[in-house]
Ligand binder design. Structure first.
Ligand code: SF4
Length: 411
């Protein structure tokens, strides 16, 4: 009997899976034929990988009509967990064998996560509303790739995303953009909601989330047991489910995102990967998340000395706000990341396991050049005081609360 009859997945659940696939087919049959050109926004994470492989299987088996063109946009952030990056490479080979067009979408050098933080000095993101990273390393490059593609095709694209919110979302008719909700895959909600309104894409892009109603256990089941079988396409997706421990943890809501994402409460995915002896050599990656936290501390940053006038002459909301990383902090961060990379790769060589790339030679040299040139983010000169300097407090109305005692008093 087939391998997809796992212990937790039989009877009613199997029926639900079949129903879920049926709903996916119906949504693609309803919306697909109106669009000759399809794109798939794929990050290598669990939801978008399930979406990608499911759609290819449905097309290959004639369950849905093949579009005139299909382009897979692989969002390569350079921040993916190594097992997922490796799986993505294998899946790309499998897509190429089928003659499917793939575009690898990566942010320009200065906008990449590591270069932006360690070269330009922008602090690591720390909350969901103000995070710059998703837009910069996922959305903006995807927007550009799509603009280029719709121009080439001179038509409209149906962009298929891996947004998956389960049954509650169907009830709510609401798609959360936050990647911290319900184990969603970072970026997919943004692709769904932000891209259709992006400059140059309005009216030229429709989106569809054909796995919207899937439960997370169905995603694991598909990736681990169905998709790897010849009858479902022979895909290299099991490694993705294994990376999250999805097979054992039926309802685990593992969030998919960057290595050491500063916004995730825990490094759950990385922790699971490290319990697998094959990937245990990646343990030094555990040092990345604490580094981002440390770099946000005042001792590594500069701050505005007092009131800040904006370009339009108005006063900025938060006087004495903390800003970019000092040049020393950036150099320290670069050393730490390179040290982590070296430690992983030495262990990889010893154990004949795949090497990893956190910062490649080109990125390292760009980071060093930006630090050497004393580059600061817009609105900063670098001559501002260190953020841990004790100073009189300035309020937005200009009032100043002096220090209770001065340095001389203390002396
Ligand atoms: S996973 Fe985290 S670090 Fe990566 S883009 Fe999303 S929020 Fe930013």
């Amino acid at each position: 009997m087939t391998a997809h009859q796992s212990t937790f997945f039989d009877g009613g659940q199997r029926l639900q899976m079949t129903e879920s696939i049926e709903m996916t087919i119906q949504s693609l049959q309803a919306y697909g034929p109106d669009h000759p050109h399809w794109g798939i926004a794929w990050s290598g994470g669990k939801d978008s990988s399930a979406t990608l492989t499911m759609i290819c299987w449905l097309i290959d088996t004639g369950k849905i009509k093949r579009p005139e063109t299909l382009t897979v946009f692989y969002a390569d952030t350079r921040q993916e967990l190594p097992p997922l990056a490796i799986a993505a490479e294998q899946i790309m080979d499998e897509l190429r064998e089928r003659g499917i067009r793939i575009e690898v979408v990566t942010a320009s050098m200065d906008k990449r996560f590591m270069v932006y933080i360690l070269g330009r000095g922008v602090p690591p993101p720390n909350n969901n509303t103000l995070r710059w990273c998703t837009r910069q390393i996922k959305i903006d490059p995807m927007e550009q790739a799509l603009r280029d593609r719709v121009d080439q095709l001179n038509g409209q694209i149906l962009m298929i995303t891996g947004v998956r919110q389960g049954e509650s979302a169907i009830r709510d008719r609401r798609i959360e953009m936050s990647c911290s909700k319900d184990g969603a895959e970072c970026g997919q909600g943004w692709y769904q909601q932000v891209l259709p309104n992006a400059k140059g894409l309005r009216g030229r892009l429709a989106t569809l989330a054909p796995l919207l109603h899937w439960r997370v256990c169905h995603v694991w089941e598909w990736l681990k047991h169905w998709a790897p079988q010849a009858e479902f396409g022979d895909w290299s997706t099991a490694i993705i489910a294994d990376a999250y421990g999805g097979d054992e943890a039926e309802e685990i809501n593992a969030r998919t995102g960057c290595i050491g994402c500063p916004l995730a409460a825990e490094d759950n995915a990385l922790d699971t990967i490290l319990t697998n002896p094959q990937w245990a050599y990646l343990a030094p990656l555990k040092g990345i998340k604490p580094l981002w936290r440390e770099l946000r501390e005042p001792k590594h940053r500069i701050k505005k000395a007092g009131l800040e006038r904006l370009k339009d002459g108005s006063i900025a909301k938060n006087p004495q706000r903390m800003g970019p990383l000092t040049l020393e902090a950036r150099a320290m961060g670069l050393d730490r990341i390179l040290g982590i990379q070296t430690a992983c790769n030495e262990a990889a060589d010893e154990q004949r396991r795949p090497r990893i790339s956190l910062i490649n030679a080109e990125e390292e040299s760009r980071i060093r050049a930006l630090i050497a040139a004393g580059t600061w983010p817009d609105g900063w000169e670098g001559d501002e005081p260190a953020a841990d300097t004790v100073m009189p407090i300035v309020y937005q109305n200009g009032a100043v609360q002096p220090l209770l005692f001065s340095a001389e008093d203390a002396a």
